[in-house]
Design a protein around this ligand. Sequence first.
Ligand code: 0O2
Length: 251
Amino acid sequence: MNIPKSYDQLDQWTTIMFLYNSALKAINTKIEIMNNEFVHIYHYNPIEHIKSRLKSPDSIVKKLKRHGREVSIANMIEYLSDIAGIRIICSFTSDIYLIADMISRQADITVLNIKDYIKNPKPNGYKSYHMVVTIPIYLSEGPVETKVEIQIRTIAMDFWASLEHKIYYKFEGNAPRSLEVELKVCAEIVDMLDGKMFSLNESIMKISGDQPEPENRADEKRPDIWTGLLTGETQEKSLREAAKEQDADGI
Ligand code: 0O2
C-alpha cells in the first residue's frame, strides 16, 4: 500500500481507515452489480446478503500480538489481510464458487490468496471460502492498491460460524470438550443440510425446466454453467460466453 506523499501530514490511522473503508465500498458495489447482472440474465439471485466491517482497533492489536508482531501501523498493513472484511452469504455451496469466480474475473481485482475451508474444513468444523484481494482506490495522486478479505459461505455455514465464534470468545478459546464435540456434530449436520437443499433445488429446477414458457428459457441455460462450476471447469465457460449464447438465441 503506497500512501501518497500529500497524506504524510495527516493522521496515518485516519488515512488508512479511509482507504480500507473506500475499498469496502468499491467491492460492495462491484458485488452488488454482479448479483444484479446475474438476476438480469438468469433470473436467479446467487447472493442472499452481504455484510461488511472494518476490524476494530482492539481486534487489530490482539491479532498482531497473536501473530507475534509488534503493534504498529506498518505491521498492520503488511501482516493483516482482514482489516477490511466482506462476508457474502449465499444459499448453495455451488453459488460460492460461482461468486468467487465472478470476483476473480474482475480486471481491477488482484487475488492475493485463497483459503478454501469448504474443500478443506478446519479441524473444529469451520467451513467458508476466503479470498484476499486488492482493489485500486483512485486518490487524487493516483491509485492505491488496498487489501480486502472476502469470506463466502452458505447461510447454514454462517449460522454455524457465528455460534462457534460466540462460544470461542465466551470461553477465550478454551471451550469445554463437550461443546467442541457438539459443534463438530453440528458442522456435519450443516454439511448434510447444504447437500440436501442443493439437491432439492436441482430437482425444482429440473421440474420447472420441463415447462417451455419463455420465462423459463434463461433457466434452461443455467445448468450448463452450474455443471461446469461443480466439476471445476469454471475457467472454460465464462458468464460472458453464456450471455453471448443467450443473445444468439434471441433471449
Ligand atoms: P474476527 O474476530 O472474526 O476478526 P488466523 O491468524 O489464521 O486466525 P488469518 O491468517 O487472517 O487468520 O486467516 P483466516 O484463517 O482466513 O481467518 C480469517 C478470519 O476467518 C478470522 O478472523 C475469522 O473471522 C474467520 N475464521 C477463521 N477461522 C475460524 C473459525 O474456526 N471459526 C470462526 N467462527 N471463524 C473463523 P479473526 O481475526 O481470527 O477473527
